[in-house]
Design a protein around this ligand. Structure first.
Ligand code: APR
Length: 228
């Protein structure tokens, strides 16, 4: 089976009703990213950070995967598909994709702030200051904040060079190290980017730009790939 690697970002889930991070005002659901998504923010105001992620988690459980997520799950009928996502939502899994690598963590999980291997799936629940892991330490969101290392980066960097086809969906590719992954593919493989906007990568030679929303462009591309 040919290997398809799909790199997804916030635009993938925009059609499910989840906002992308970089809105024109530079805010994420009304907050400066520095205020809610950094280790410094966590030290400064745990309550605010937990509340922010509680809201995101609640919102996630109120939305569904879109046609784009579903199409990628269908692609597994004929291809060996790995999805590498910068998204913290679980919409790929809920659509039926079986191999999803989360670069920036998972919203439905929390962990001990002292021991990163004590991870708990809490679904759509909330956590508060005083909620602890079994080691007695405060629980924190199992997400990668700005300035923190990306534990799954090595795994992703090992997967990308094996791609026979690369598909990039809904990411501005401005956040490193994730953005560097696209450079690890063989230059000659088919490379597609599905995004209604035209950031820099779209001008790169050898990429086919599907200038559509994820929920439209992805099913079309998947249908084309499945016909072959
Ligand atoms: N379908 C496809 N693409 C879309 C759609 C849509 N409906 N709507 C917007 N987009 C595109 C935008 O044009 C943009 O290129 O999705 C991209 C979203 O970019 P960002 O908001 O920068 O999101 P992302 O690239 O995922 O951000 C990377 O940065 O904020 C951190 O950790 C966070 O994982 C996130 C990372």
């Amino acid at each position: 089976m040919e290997k398809v690697v799909v790199l997804t970002g916030a635009g993938m889930s925009a059609d499910s009703g989840l906002k992308t991070f970089r809105d024109s005002d530079g805010l994420w659901e009304g907050h400066d990213i520095q205020e809610v998504a950094t280790p410094q923010a966590w030290e400064r105001d745990k309550e605010l950070v937990l509340e922010f992620y509680n809201q995101r988690r609640k919102q996630l459980h109120a939305v569904d995967p879109n046609e784009g997520h579903r199409a990628l799950a269908e692609l597994e009928d004929q291809y060996d598909v790995t999805i590498i996502t910068q998204n913290v939502d679980n919409l790929h899994e809920r659509a039926g994709s079986s191999d999803v690598v989360h670069l920036h963590g998972e919203l439905s999980k929390v962990r001990s702030e002292e021991n990163s291997s004590l991870i708990y799936d809490i679904g759509g629940d909330i956590i508060e200051v005083g909620d602890t892991a079994e080691d007695g330490a405060q629980l924190r969101p199992h997400v990668v904040w700005f300035g923190e290392p990306v534990p799954n980066m090595r795994k992703a960097a090992d997967i990308v060079p094996n791609a026979d086809i690369l598909i990039v969906i809904g990411t501005s590719l401005v956040v490193y190290p994730a953005a560097g992954l696209v450079d690890l593919t063989d230059q000659n493989i088919p490379k597609y980017i599905i995004d209604p906007a035209t950031p820099e990568l779209r001008t790169f030679k050898g990429w086919e730009h599907v200038q559509e929303r994820a929920a439209e462009g992805t099913p079309k591309l998947v249908q084309d790939l499945l016909k072959n």
